[in-house]
Ligand binder design. Structure first.
Ligand code: APR
Ligand code: PHB
Length: 403
């Protein structure tokens, strides 16, 4: 069977789902293919910090209701160095900008619900296997072959959006010579837990300790999300719950502060990497989100970057379909990449300031300590951190130097 649509979207993560709904709001048709099932997509625990631009975009398509009811608006974060906790008042330093703590899987749930209730096409357990005709002109339209319910099906479209994450097929179909990739691996990973216990903090705590980084985040008044820096090759079986809590207590410990403990309902270890591919387009294929770039989670930028990519992509595709202006498509990659590099720099800065790098010598450790002190004692440094953390404006054209 051949299904026809305007935009074929591979992947029902935040990038693919958000793109499909932004396009629908503009009257552009799309079909989303997702290789996993709905339960898997909705329960995968990921990050949880939304920039204002992300919140505004969800509002713009009518998806802000639960987010505003259940999301937690934060005006600052805590940075902690060897037991000394400092508050960065981000709202005060950025003219009132805040972040909203709301789990990525809640965003995904809201998007899936809207799509299915609107009876717009989204196929689960539909794995894209190949993408053809991306650069051929004439009548040969791009085709995505996918496997659904044991049968090979074809999705024929005008454009393909590769929103299929870091391990997807979209980036891989771009010929080697047409794509540049650069990356950094880190000698640490994050052990993340979700615990049924009221958070022990009102705002996120990022803590550097001589044993390594730790972080306290939250999901609701009853649910805490916490992380520990561990070896990337460590096995989660080496971390029974008691060991996790005692290490969190050590690394997050501060005067007159108690860490609440409770049942751990999810735990896992994720490696960290920085990765950029460019350009983010090839013929009629556009990459968005993790398919194009990965940032280490310390800056809370991954989800927001995926959303800002698809905002631009929805805009250029809509202009293409609804006007005679077909040139805007060419600007997609450049506009996204500028913003992505800003997020890369910020994420790496936060990562290197807050983690214990086993390769560091005493010179580097002193530099790290100096940067930590400066960040919390200089208004200029704290402002720079805050500007990046709450999120630079979604449209990177704003950042272009004036000529
Ligand atoms: N066919 C169909 N679906 C696929 C295929 C395929 N061949 N390959 C991958 N997928 C699906 C995955 O199952 C996943 O649901 O694509 C989706 C990609 O979603 P994400 O990995 O969540 O990526 P993205 O939407 O770009 O969101 C980025 O997720 O990893 C976090 O920190 C990251 O917050 C950021 C966000
Ligand atoms: C989270 O809440 O999961 C979270 C928050 C901030 C980060 C990373 C993850 O930097």
């Amino acid at each position: 069977m051949t299904i026809k649509t305007q935009v074929g979207i591979i992947g029902a993560g935040p990038a693919g789902l958000m793109l499909s709904e932004l396009l629908a709001a503009q009257g552009v048709e799309s079909v989303v293919l997702e290789r996993k099932d709905r339960v898997y997509c909705e329960s995968r625990i990921r990050a949880g910090v939304l920039e204002q631009g992300t919140v505004d975009l969800l509002d713009s398509i009518g998806l802000g209701e639960r987010l505003h009811r259940e999301g937690l608006v934060h005006q600052g974060i805590y940075l902690q160095f060897n037991g000394n906790r400092h508050r960065i008042n981000m709202a005060e330093l950025t003219g009132g900008k805040c972040i909203t703590v709301y789990g990525q899987q809640e965003v995904v749930r809201d998007l899936i619900k809207a799509r299915l209730e609107g009876e717009r096409p989204l196929f689960f357990e539909a794995e894209a296997l190949s993408i053809e005709n991306l650069t051929s002109g004439g009548n040969r339209k791009p085709q995505v072959t996918f496997m659904h319910q044991g049968r090979n099906e074809v999705l024929e479209c005008e454009f393909v959006a590769g929103c299929d994450g870091f391990h997807g097929i979209a980036r891989a179909v771009i010929p080697k010579g047409q794509l540049t990739t650069v990356s950094r691996e880190y000698p640490f990973g994050w052990l993340g837990i979700l615990a049924e216990v009221p958070p022990s903090t009102d705002e996120l705590i990022y803590s550097f300790h001589k044993n390594g980084f730790a972080m306290h985040s939250l999901r609701s008044p009853q649910l805490s999300r916490l992380y520990l820096q561990v070896d990337p090759d460590d096995d989660i079986r080496n971390w029974p719950d008691d060991r996790i809590w005692s290490e969190l207590q050590i690394r997050l410990g501060a005067a007159d502060w108690v860490l609440n403990q409770g049942p751990i309902i999810d735990k896992g270890i994720t490696p960290m990497r920085s990765f950029m591919s460019s350009p983010m387009q090839y013929g009629r294929l556009f990459l968005a989100g993790d398919a194009a770039h990965i940032v280490p989670p310390t800056g809370a930028k991954g989800l927001n970057l995926a959303i800002s990519d698809v905002k631009v992509l929805a805009e250029v595709l809509t202009v293409n379909f609804t006007s005679d202006n077909h040139g805007l498509l060419e600007s997609y990659s450049e506009r996204c990449i500028r913003r992505a590099w800003r997020a890369q720099d910020f994420s790496m800065m936060m990562t290197s300031m807050l983690h214990l790098d086993p390769r560091s010598d005493s010179f580097e450790l002193e530099l790290q300590r100096s940067r930590q002190e400066f960040t919390v004692s200089s208004k200029a440094a704290a402002t720079a951190l805050s500007e990046n953390y709450v999120g630079i404006p979604f449209d990177s054209r704003i950042m272009m130097p004036k000529s």
